[in-house]
Design a protein around this ligand. Structure first.
Ligand code: HEM
Length: 150
């Protein structure tokens, strides 16, 4: 199968792939797999009205399911994503989507807001918020593939 032709320059974040960072496993122990799905459902509900909404396909439920299954795995839970879709290769999977720093920040804002909702309304352990935010901040930087204006 021939590779599709790239029509734009691909930006590689200077920091490279974040290695060895994971959210604290106490988080998934506290909230369970269903808690991770609940948080990602909230993230995608927020993305529904975000300005980056057009980057996503019409069916956000599937995207939410895939993202939640990835996070379950990254947080030390079952290998839900790999078992269904193979190696995560997240940067590669995001390459067809044009993600610049502004898009990343908007995505991350939705994510952080959902974490705060969960602390308030459910059982996300507030003492591990920083671990989850650091992971999503660093990992989302690795998804950026469009260089921003200086
Ligand atoms: C911690 C960082 C991130 C994680 C773990 C993550 C996770 C995922 C996963 C698992 C998928 C499904 C991939 C597949 O199975 O093909 C996905 C798709 C996608 N992600 Fe991310 N993502 C992250 C950051 C971002 C950022 C910063 C953006 C910015 C716009 C973004 C936009 C998208 C879009 C547009 C899709 C396609 C969804 C669709 O099919 O409609 N992601 N992401």
């Amino acid at each position: 199968m021939s590779q599709p032709k790239r029509t734009r320059p691909i930006h590689t974040p200077p920091g490279g792939e974040p290695i060895g960072i994971k959210p604290n496993e106490a988080i998934i122990e506290a909230i369970g797999q269903e808690g991770v799905f609940r948080i990602l459902a909230n993230v995608y509900k927020r993305l529904e009205t975000a300005s980056i909404r057009p980057l996503f396909a019409a069916d956000l439920d599937t995207a939410s399911w895939r993202a939640a299954s990835y996070f379950v795995e990254a947080m030390g839970g079952r290998h839900l994503y790999s078992d269904s879709y193979g190696r995560p290769l997240m940067r590669e999977r995001h390459l067809p989507i044009e993600i610049d720093e502004a898009a990343r920040v908007e995505w991350l804002d939705c994510f952080k807001a959902a974490l705060r909702d969960d602390i308030r309304d459910y059982n996300f352990p507030a003492e591990h918020l920083e671990s989850m935010e650091t992971y999503s901040d660093l990992f989302s930087k690795w998804m950026v593939n469009v260089e921003s204006e200086a």
